[in-house]
Ligand binder design. Sequence first.
Ligand SMILES: Cc1ncc(COP(=O)(O)O)c(C=O)c1O
Length: 293
Amino acid sequence: MSLDLSIFDLPTPVRELEEIYQQYGVHLFVKEDYLNHPIISGNKMRKLLGNLRHYASGNYKGILSFGGAHSNHLYAMAGVCRLFDIPLTMIVRGDGYDNSNETLRYAKESGVNLQFVDRAAYRMKLEATEIQKIVDQHDGYFIIPEGGSNVYANEGLKILYDELTEPYDFIALSMGTGGTAAGLLQASKSERLVIYPALKGNWMETHLKEFFGIEESLAQRMTMRNHYHFGGYGKMPDELIVFINEIESRYQLPLDPVYTSKAFYGILEDIKLGFYPAGSNILFLHTGGLRRQ
Ligand SMILES: Cc1ncc(COP(=O)(O)O)c(C=O)c1O
């Protein structure tokens, strides 16, 4: 298995949405990272790279990971393990196999061993007896947490940061598990990270610091913008769908309904609110979520 970067389309392009400067006096750039790979796209490629390299350097028998039944992580894991012929078991939050679910169908077609657990067990992760049983049956497997968010994810995020050729005042991005933001924060030098969680609640900042061991000096360079979740994770009101269509036709920028659209909506609102000072350079990291087979 060769994990040469040449299989990915790197570096991904950055372009300015010039109309924003004319309208609001700030420079808004987009790093179109969703173009880095057709299946393991956006932050999945970034987070899985180090994980796959770790897998290849060890003597593992396969990979065991976790994901929601519709998650980009499940989709990307199925795709990458199919590509490299890696045995994959996914512990999936959900009631069971559903053929109308495109992600599950793709995983099944890709030969993934799908193990369904209920929400309560899923939330407890390795502490749930049910999950522990599955883990015990997978001796010698490399365990990748939900979203691929662990210390190995940092390698790809450092590569992403090193692709940037211009200085930015702000890097703005969506957050789910927080692995992308944590890795980027650690790779970055002076930019302020503005984080737009796709989940509802005020617990994300503490989670980021505690789960990823972000030190206070680094945490000072991040700001959470918690109120652009459109009702919560996976909620897609009509207003959001209208926004996605509008942005696609105005800027030729496709956005996904779970993560990037909510972050981009928040950024535009924050620009209008004056949250970003006049003249500042903002980089929106498009983390993917678009499936191009
Ligand atoms: C398209 C997309 N953007 C953003 C995120 C959030 O990334 P993270 O879980 O690393 O916070 C995810 C989930 O991993 C995602 O699929």
